[in-house]
Design a protein around this ligand. Sequence first.
Ligand code: GAL
Length: 825
Amino acid sequence: MRYFLSFLLLLLLSAARVAEAAQPSVRGVESFNKGWKFYLGDNAQAKEAAFDDASWRPLTLPHDWSIEGKFDEKNPAKPEGGGLPTGIGWYRKTFTLPAAADKRIYIEFDGVYQHSEVWLNGYSLGQRPNGYISFRYELTRHLRPAGQANVLAVRVDNSAQPNSRWYSGSGIYRNVRLVTTNAVAVDHWGTFVTTPKVGAEAATVRVQTTIRNAGSKEAKPLQVETLVLDAQGKTVAKQTADNVKLTDSTTVLTQTISLAKPQLWSVRRPYLYRVQTRLRRGKTAVDEYSTPLGIRYFEFNAQTGFSLNGQKLRILGVNQHHDLGALGAAFNVRAARRQLEILQKMGCNAIRMAHNPPAPELLDLCDQMGFLVMDEAFDQWQKKKNGQDYHKDFKAWHRRDLQDMVRRDRNHPSVVIWSIGNEIREQFDSTGVRLTKELTATVKRLDPTRPVTSALTEQEPGKNFISQAGVLDVLSFNYKHEGYPLLPKSFPGKPFLATETAAAFETRGHYDLPSDSIRVWPLDGKTKLTTGNPDFTASSYDNARPYWGATHESSWRAVKQNPHITGLFVWSGFDYLGEPLPYPWPARSSYFGLIDLAGFPKDAYYLYQSEWTTQPVLHLLPHWNWRPGQTVDVWAYFSQADEVELLLNGKSLGVKRKQPHDLHVQWQVPYAPGTLQAVSRRGGKPVLTRTIHTAGPAATIELSADRSRLTADGLDLSFVTVRVLDAQGNLVPDAANQVKFSLSGPATLAGVDNGYQASLEPFKADSRKAYNGMCLAILQTTEQAGTITLQAMAEGLQPVSITLKSGAASSTSTKKPAATVATGN
Ligand code: GAL
């Protein structure tokens, strides 16, 4: 009875919420993330509306059940897939809708990993194998009359393993929306906005609108009004088509609008307009639909490289998988924005979405923040990389999946190139020619404005059936930078991209000497790794790599020296879960990132920052806690200066300058405890100084929040960095204290991490061991405003706390972070 009453209350509450949100606009778009029930396991009865889910766990989407689980070598996803549990899970949501005569009601899923099937009131709406694709179902036909309870049930089957070469996550891990339209409405992903002519005086905006008539064949003609709004929401151009006849179930209308003095979208100034589409009949509004618009033009040119708005621009990118570290695959806008902020500070201007379509909000962020995007469809076609991967669904689904990716993403100004696949096995098989032609044609039919590529491994024209198809606009290659000089001869007239470079291994804060001997782990494809470090670490001196990869320095140097390579995507921006090469279990996340899984930059981050930005950089490594007498290699990455002088305890160890092609300077220093200082100078004048002191025993903790004013929306996050310090405030570089968190106020602990690739501690916990002196706590707001206090304690250390405010959205919560620091001394 108690359950029944609370169930009833929940029903009434959710009905009220839906009623509030769905009225009275012509198009209702509301989040459908709340009020779900979840069960980990299988139960065929759960699709029935009458099924009793009272004992199921209530939760809010997005949700990834794998990240909540325990690491185990025996988990079927294997360490390669992150070593977390997968399996089958069910979601159910009970809801009522208000009376909606003649309305069409849809549910939109941005991504469900994977093999989902959705039922409404016991009727199957459809299945979708691909775990990264967005899809929608129409609910209208099977909905119960207004006020009566409906039940959506979603079965997610991630049990066939292994199906991925990296961590996928499991569940409804992206947003879900309920969309209500009239019978006549702009179709799903129903606009295509292009700018065929862009000049300083005017731009031509071409808007193709697909109108769906799901109602009577005798629908009366419409008026279609298309407005261009500037960033302030002011209408700056407009065109109206009167008397648009709905001849079929879909009608396509093309309007060409001239826009005076356009503001261009660029990576430095990502100016965004919006296109507002209004369907009307006389004075009655029929639909309203909004599309992002960034006005820019670009070219990949074999002779002159890549240019944006007529200006040469090197694509300085990274590869990113979709997980968000301790949050798993569960998408969160703030977590994604933080990743982009950290990358942008490094000078990164481009992201390759490895190797699948991302959350749509990530593309919105790229539009807003000024990143170029390579949007990628597949990691395999018909030929498998893993026994249970997408190759099984490719035949039946690839056309639909590829079309849906292009339809969904083709209005994002950030997207400048499509990739039809990564290191596809059909490179080695003559079927590669046919499939490359087919997939490229599919993309071109839906978007003739952007080039198509595929990330290849084989550079010799005779050895690659994908390049042999002759239809790729840009040829993209992973690794093998030694071959770059030969490419223009092999493929005359083609522009090139380095879709993957480096793949060097690093563990933050770990250094193996000597720094200039390169560890090749493993040596080749046949030899097992026998030489790695016993603690599953890799040196952060940029001196460890697999046989197919290269150090960051050598691969970046190769790109620099070969101007016909229009840009690069470093493998990878952030560490990601899974693919823990070169190590076996307990390693469970990757070593390739320039930034660790917790979001702390590794040293190589500063190499790129010194090369990719115009700001002065001086980064000194390693730490200064060694054995007396040990010879330590001291490195500095620097820029905007002629030279760097190193001093140990006030005594100069010499001034170094970079020779042509050098990317760092280096000293061999007999270790003595004390103070190591680097000073960069330009024209004899100091530019920057960096100082590292030998740290004493751990004494206290420092907490610093990336943002201290949060929005009380249940979504916003604060990433709190924990550093273990000595009594003088120096980071203790090997501190491994177990830090315990306690939280008060309107927030939850969404995850903890320390960036160590072989840690088997859970991410959902209230404590974390520091790794090389640092760990992270991620706080998530609730919908209540108030003061949040996070306390951190560790045995023998002084406890410390930090206070954050959560309230109504304020400009500080979306703009520059206001860092706060608290220490225990
Ligand atoms: C590439 C592959 C990536 C990743 C990388 C590691 O071959 O495309 O997904 O596995 O190697 O170096």
